[in-house]
Design a protein around this ligand. Structure first.
Ligand SMILES: Nc1ncnc2c1ncn2[C@@H]1O[C@H](COP(=O)(O)OP(=O)(O)OP(=O)(O)O)[C@@H](O)[C@H]1O
Ligand SMILES: [Mg+2]
Length: 373
């Protein structure tokens, strides 16, 4: 890998990106092969784009719907070079790719969002520090660099609290809820990461999220905040739009605009929020890509989050985020997917399956959206 240049990790870094517009017919390179890449590729195809998937797995949900794929580890410089040569613009459907790979690509092809954005969102401490520096409210938190630091962090944050692995968490993995009864040795082992973050548990009224798109020209478009209900730490249901007070909606939207601006984002950003019982809006975490809570937009909005993502990455004008009707999206996790026949038996249900062969526990296999008419 080329040595990391310090300027790569700033918002001002442009690399190969000169603000180019990519017309239909161009090839979008997508890092990651999951369902987000699959649904992005399907939206891209509708606009006349091709997608080339880069993913370590030969059989991925995204590569099933595209004609070109590079199957290689994210660290493989030769494969990254071939991929960069084969595509016009690069984006990500997955933020946990190594910084070195994002930088390598960004020096060769316009890479949207920039590596800096991934760098911030990859690590919870960096993310919360960045948000705090930009005046965005988050729950109280402290770094926990090792097991020894945990007592002091617990003393300062108080209980209940959540100990999270700073890196590589998703769907609640690497998280432990700490209560007075919890043994801290056990908690540290269960968290499993080399670096932890301790967060004060938020006694929220509800969880919400906002998805914002920002174009190459700085224009922004927001989807209405939605409510997210979790089951076993995995998103179960999204209720769109969320039933929130107008001032809460404004606060959530202002936060999303502020973050997208600070990132000089070109692409899509999902902002996960806690709405406290007193109406305060706190950011939980960020996803610099399409977000699970935006799947309802495929069936209920003028422009789906996936089409919007393609528009933002290619430098096209952003589409309308207006919705035709409220909707409820339910994830099909693991064995839930075996109910596909019953789901299809409801003529109003819109079923989306991701082409995953094995219905492992906790695995997102598909989702179903019901638009309220
Ligand atoms: N500080 C907190 N206070 C209260 N609940 C929390 C806190 N942190 C996390 N949670 C709960 O755990 C869920 C998962 O946490 P988080 O979003 O940080 O993890 P994740 O593993 O990245 O999840 P995902 O990838 O599904 O978004 C949250 O949506 C929320 O329900
Ligand atoms: Mg989350």
């Amino acid at each position: 890998m080329s040595p990391a240049r310090p300027e790569v990790m700033t918002a001002g870094f442009t690399g190969a990106d000169g603000g180019q517009v990519f017309a239909p017919g161009a090839t979008i390179g997508i890092m990651g092969g999951g369902q987000l890449g699959r649904m992005t590729a399907m939206a891209a195809a509708r606009l006349g784009y091709r997608c080339h998937i880069y993913c370590p797995d030969a059989e991925s949900p995204a590569s099933q719907v595209t004609s070109a794929a590079t199957v290689a580890p994210y660290e493989d410089e030769e494969a990254l070079k071939r991929f960069a040569d084969a595509v016009d613009v690069v984006t990500f459907e997955f933020e946990n790719i190594p910084n070195s790979a994002a930088e390598f690509l960004a020096m060769r092809k316009p890479t949207r969002p920039k590596p800096f954005v991934l760098h911030i969102c990859q690590q919870r401490l960096r993310e919360k520090d960045f948000l705090s520096l930009n005046g965005v409210p988050v729950t109280r938190y402290l770094p926990v660099p090792d097991r020894e630091a945990l007592e002091e962090a617990v003393r300062r944050i108080g209980l209940p609290a959540i100990l999270k692995s700073a890196q590589f968490g998703y769907d609640g993995k690497g998280q432990v809820r700490l209560t007075a009864a919890m043994n801290l040795d056990e908690a540290w082992t269960k968290m499993g990461g080399p670096l932890g973050i301790l967060e004060a548990e938020v006694d929220f009224a509800l969880e919400a999220s906002v998805i914002i798109a920002r174009g190459v020209d700085g224009s922004m478009a927001l989807y209405p905040p939605v409510e997210n209900r979790h089951r076993h730490h995995i998103l179960d249901e999204t209720i769109a739009p969320a039933d929130l007070k107008p001032e809460t909606i404004t606060a959530a939207e202002d936060i999303a605009r502020k973050i997208a601006g600070a990132f000089e984002l070109a692409g899509l950003l999902g902002v996960e929020l806690f709405i406290t019982k007193s109406g305060e809006v706190l950011v939980n975490e960020l996803a610099p890509r399409p977000h699970n809570s935006g799947h309802w937009t495929i069936d209920a909005c003028v422009t789906s989050q996936f089409e919007q993502f393609v528009r933002a990455v290619c430098g096209l004008p952003l589409g309308s985020t207006a919705h035709h009707a409220p909707a409820v999206m339910k994830n099909l996790i693991g064995e839930d997917v075996t109910a596909w026949r019953e789901i299809l038996g409801d003529p109003e249900a819109k079923l989306h399956l991701y082409g995953k062969a094995e219905a492992r526990a906790g695995r997102k296999m598909g989702h179903v959206t019901k638009v309220k008419r």
